[in-house]
Design a protein around this ligand. Structure first.
Ligand code: ARG
Length: 457
């Protein structure tokens, strides 16, 4: 099969070599971006008098037909034409005749493919930003209903101090806020046009790069043609932002998995976000949360892969760069899917308020209250820590909690203790009083929720 670039060749590669080199089986994902880029390019060629207006019109009509078919999934791609760019060019020539061959004037596949990917990521990053915002909204809704739901807070996965469940959820809200900002900010670098860089050096044709950039709603053009065709920073940045996002989701998944275990029973996932076991009839597994936690690995892998592909590449285009696409597509699919699932999972999960609260009463996470109490009455904190530590030890010996110690036992430990300590060690009171900025006190959490609302799109 004669190649579109076959002029200087005497032999063609064997079929399997062709297949190894081809990218059409994955870059067909870029079909709409590819045709959209070509439409802008041909309009510019006509306007600048590089081809006649009539030729430009013929090509535009041909491309419009192809775009229409692409949207209906009616195009049939062939590995014989290697990639999306050559497939579309071949289809165009088949559609309108040899004039279709004028489309590639003053352009190379190198700036073409880069343009396609800028367009593709621009679209998907905007969607990811919306999805993150949607998940933040879901968290906010849950948080609003659970400001006064208390549960143990943990450090080292050991019960530490009681907190508001809303406060816990809002921690994820703010992580997602940073993610959202990163994706939004990255659009500045994604939305730049490489089109017109041509193969690497620009072109002798009197093209107008600003014109095509404007047509495609880019904010500007690459200043340097070599950089324009060899830059993949914007994809690496996307993969890096996605890795951070997935790391946050994965931490949350880990907690969800723990919380719905028999040991915690803090939440119950809706049946639609859980699965059963093929052998153990009693099981209800948090598969979706586990899967998102697991998929984090492939997103990190995609980041590592592209960083490694780029690290030794001389300027400008090298075929290695064809390897930039699958990881990008895979990451887009993974993060969009994970966010969608997460929104549903959070919206439908049931919070077991009694279990959470009960847990705060069956531990020593109120010990800090006692130490703070003594130190507020003048005892150096270090000493107060020791006194309360000894009381905790006594409780453990007797198999009871701090609330079960008699007042005499308290008095014996320190004469500073008064009857009000029983109120002080009530976990609900302990949470309520943590009114420092950013703390878990109920009023503070309510304020935080109001502030959070102002960051939503
Ligand atoms: N399929 C190629 C890629 O994805 C398109 C650019 C090819 N350019 C070239 N000079 N071979 O990178």
């Amino acid at each position: 099969m004669k190649k579109l670039w076959g002029g200087r060749f005497q032999k063609t590669p064997e079929q399997w070599v062709d297949e190894f080199g081809a990218s059409i089986h994955f870059d067909q994902e870029l079909v709409e971006e590819d045709i959209t880029g070509s439409l802008a390019h041909v309009k510019m060629l006509g306007n600048c008098g590089i081809i006649s207006q009539e030729e430009a019109e013929q090509i535009t009509n041909g491309l419009t037909i192809l775009l229409d078919k692409a949207k209906k999934n009616e195009l049939e791609f062939s590995v014989n034409y290697e990639d999306i760019h050559l497939n579309i060019e071949k289809m165009l020539i088949d559609e309108i005749g040899p004039v279709g061959g004028k489309l590639h004037t003053g352009r190379s596949r190198n700036d073409q493919v880069a343009t396609d990917m800028h367009l593709y990521l621009r679209k998907h990053v905007a969607n990811v930003v919306e999805l993150i915002d949607g998940l933040q909204q879901s968290l906010l809704n849950k948080a609003e209903n659970h400001v006064e739901t208390i549960l143990p807070g943990y450090t080292h996965l050991q019960r530490a101090q009681p907190i508001s469940f809303a406060h816990h959820l809002m921690a994820y809200f703010w992580m997602l806020d940073r993610d959202k900002q990163r994706f939004q900010e990255s659009l500045k670098r994604i939305n730049i046009s490489p089109l017109g860089s041509a193969a690497l050096a620009g072109t002798t044709f009197p093209i107008d790069r600003e014109f095509t950039a404007k047509e495609l709603q880019f904010d500007g053009i690459y200043e340097n043609s070599l950089d324009g065709v060899s830059d993949r920073d914007f994809i690496i940045e996307f993969l890096s932002n996605s890795s951070l996002l997935m790391m946050h989701l994965s931490r949350f998944c880990e907690e969800i998995i723990l919380w719905c275990s028999q040991e915690f029973q803090f939440i119950e996932l809706d049946d639609t976000y859980a699965t059963g076991s093929s052998i153990m009839p009693q099981k209800k597994n948090p598969d979706m949360a586990e899967l998102i936690r697991g998929k984090t690995g492939r997103v990190y892998g995609n980041l590592m892969s592209l960083l490694t592909i780029l690290k030794g590449l001389p300027l400008a285009y090298n075929k290695d760069l064809q390897e930039d696409k699958e990881g990008m597509f895979d990451t887009v699919k993974t993060i969009e899917g994970s966010l969608q699932i997460f929104i549903g999972m959070v919206d439908t999960l049931n919070v077991n308020e009694e279990k959470m609260e009960k847990a705060t009463k069956e531990d020593f996470s109120n010990a800090t209250e006692l130490a703070d109490y003594l130190s507020m009455k003048g005892m150096p904190f270090r000493e107060a820590h020791e006194v309360v530590g000894t009381l905790v030890y006594q409780c453990i010996q007797q198999g009871i909690y701090l609330k079960d110690l008699s007042f005499d036992q308290y008095k014996e430990a320190s004469s500073l203790f008064e009857e009000d300590i029983y109120e002080i060690i009530n976990p609900y009171e302990a949470v309520k009083k943590r009114m420092s900025a950013g703390g878990t006190g109920f009023e503070m959490v309510r304020k935080a929720i109001e502030k959070a609302k102002t960051t939503l799109l």
